[in-house]
Design a protein around this ligand. Structure first.
Ligand SMILES: [Zn+2]
Length: 84
């Protein structure tokens, strides 16, 4: 039967119970995408806060990155000739 090799220190043991008192205060609902949301914070899913777009989401950055790549593909000779 497996037995712990060492005694757990008091700090290590007590740190296990450190989060026991934490409670979930509130969860709001995003007006734009109706996803879960912390109050007074912008939605990480759609990037909206109080009905206005305030930040770029991961999906937005992906779209922008693809647009930049498409632009670079359309004119690859210019950049390569300058560097050589
Ligand atoms: Zn949202």
């Amino acid at each position: 039967m497996p037995v712990p090799k060492r005694k757990r220190s008091r700090a290590r043991r007590d740190s296990r119970f450190a989060n026991k008192g934490l409670k979930l205060k509130a969860i709001a609902k995003c007006n734009q995408c109706s996803g879960p949301l912390m109050p007074h914070q912008a939605c990480s899913g759609c990037g909206f806060y109080k009905g206005a777009k305030v930040m770029a989401t991961k999906a937005d950055r992906g779209v922008k990155r693809q647009e930049i790549r498409a632009k670079q593909k359309s004119k690859p000779q210019e950049s390569s000739s300058e560097s050589a």
